[in-house]
Write a protein that binds this ligand. Structure first.
Ligand SMILES: Cc1cc2nc3c(=O)[nH]c(=O)nc-3n(C[C@H](O)[C@H](O)[C@H](O)COP(=O)(O)OP(=O)(O)OC[C@H]3O[C@@H](n4cnc5c(N)ncnc54)[C@H](O)[C@@H]3O)c2cc1C
Length: 310
C-alpha cells in the first residue's frame, strides 16, 4: 500500500466541506494536514463576518473582528493546500458509498461530506438594522457579548417566550432591561416571570430605529419613542440544512442537524459541524465540532483504505 496522496486540484475529492465559516475552515485545515484531498465550497457572507469585535474567542484578549477571524482561518487552510472555491452547492446526492454535489455547473464527487453551512439570522425588519449590527448597537447573541452590556439600558426585541429567556439572561448584566414584544399577544406566556425579574414589558410593533454616536437614540412605535444604549434581537435563526434534509438526514425540532458524538449525521458519510448543528452557536464550539468531525472522517477513510491496525 502507498501512503494517501497529498491534496491536488480535482473534482474527485476525499472530503467536500460545504461552508467556509469557522467550522468549515477549521475542518479544512485538519483534513489538509491529514493529507486528505479536501475541497471547501462557500456561498459567501459567513455569519462570522457579522461580528464587529469578538471578545470571547480564546487567545484574543483584546478582541478580534469576525472578518479577521475568517481571513486568518482561510490563510491557515490554504497554507496546507486545502482548496477553497466560491459557489453554492446546489444539490447533494448519494453516489454509491460517497456523494455527488452540484457546484458551479459541474459535478464534484466526494467520499465524505461535512456540512458546515451555518444558520440565517431573522433580523428585525427595521430601516438601518444592518448598519446598527455592524456598530454593535443591535446585537444578536448575549452569550457572545452580554459582558459588554454591563449596566447599560438594554432593549430586547422578541416575538415569543424566546424574548423572555433572553431578557432573563441579560439580567445578569443590567437592571435596566426592557422586552419589546412585537409578536402576537398569545405568544408571550411568561409575563409573570418578567415582573419577578424586574424586566419592563412593552407590547408594540417597532416602526423605526435611530442611531447616534454609540447609542440607539430611539426605538419608536406609533409616535412614542424611547432611548436605549443597545438592542438585542431575539427573533431566532433558521439553519441552512436543506441539502441534508434532501438526503433524509435527521433534524431536530428547530431544523438543526442531529449528530452523534463524532458529528456524524444519520446519513452514512455525512457529517455536520457549527451553527447548523443543534447546540451552542459559538466560534469555539464550531471549531471543536469541526476538529472532531474531521478526525472522525479521516479515521473512517483510513479504515476503508486498510490504513488502520485492529
Ligand atoms: C452579530 C454576531 C456576533 C457574534 N459574535 C460572536 C462572538 O463574539 N463570539 C462567538 O463565538 N460567536 C459569535 N457569533 C456567532 C458566530 O458567528 C457563529 O457561531 C459562527 O460563525 C458559526 O460558524 P459556522 O462555520 O457554523 O457558520 P458561518 O460562519 O455562518 O458560515 C457558514 C458558511 O456556509 C456557507 N453556505 C451555506 N449554505 C451553503 C451551500 N449550499 N453551499 C456553499 N456554502 C454554503 C455560507 O455562505 C457561509 O459562508 C456572532 C454572530 C453574529 C451574527
Amino acid at each position: 500500500m502507498t501512503p494517501p496522496p497529498a491534496a491536488g486540484p480535482t473534482d474527485d475529492v476525499d472530503v467536500l466541506v460545504i461552508g467556509a465559516g469557522p467550522a468549515g475552515l477549521t475542518a479544512a485545515t485538519y483534513l489538509a494536514r491529514f493529507r486528505r484531498r479536501v475541497l471547501v465550497a462557500d456561498g459567501g457572507a459567513p455569519r462570522a463576518c457579522w461580528i464587529p469585535v469578538s471578545h470571547n474567542l480564546p487567545g484574543f484578549p483584546q478582541g478580534i473582528s469576525g472578518e479577521a477571524i475568517v481571513r486568518r482561518m482561510t490563510e491557515q487552510a490554504l497554507e496546507f493546500d486545502a482548496l477553497i472555491e466560491p459557489g453554492r452547492v446546489e444539490a447533494l446526492e448519494r453516489d454509491g458509498e460517497g456523494f455527488r454535489a452540484q457546484l458551479n455547473g459541474r459535478e464534484v464527487r466526494a467520499r465524505a461530506v461535512l456540512l458546515a453551512t451555518g444558520v440565517i439570522d431573522h433580523h428585525p425588519d427595521l430601516p438601518g438594522v444592518e448598519r446598527a449590527i455592524e456598530r454593535a448597537l443591535v446585537r444578536i447573541c448575549p452569550i457572545c457579548d452580554g459582558y459588554e452590556a454591563i449596566d447599560k439600558a438594554v432593549a430586547i426585541i422578541g416575538r415569543d417566550d424566546g424574548g423572555v429567556r433572553e431578557a432573563a439572561f441579560l439580567r445578569t448584566y443590567s437592571d435596566r432591561v426592557t422586552l419589546i414584544h412585537v409578536g402576537p399577544a398569545e405568544a408571550l406566556t411568561e409575563e409573570d416571570e418578567l415582573r419577578r425579574m424586574g424586566v419592563e414589558l412593552i407590547r408594540a410593533p417597532i416602526d423605526n430605529v435611530s442611531l447616534e454616536g454609540d447609542r440607539v437614540t430611539a426605538l419608536s412605535w406609533g409616535g412614542t419613542f424611547r432611548i436605549f444604549d443597545l438592542v438585542y434581537s431575539a427573533l431566532g435563526t433558521a439553519p441552512n440544512a436543506e441539502l441534508a434534509r434532501a438526503l433524509d438526514a435527521r433534524t431536530g425540532e428547530n431544523g438543526c442537524m442531529i449528530v452523534d458524538a463524532r458529528q456524524a449525521t444519520s446519513v452514512p458519510g455525512l457529517y455536520a459541524a457549527g451553527d447548523v448543528v443543534r447546540g451552542l452557536n459559538q466560534i469555539a464550539v464550531a471549531g471543536a465540532e469541526a476538529a472532531i468531525a474531521a478526525t472522525a472522517i479521516h479515521n473512517v477513510l483510513r479504515e476503508a483504505d486498510g490504513w488502520t491496525v485492529a
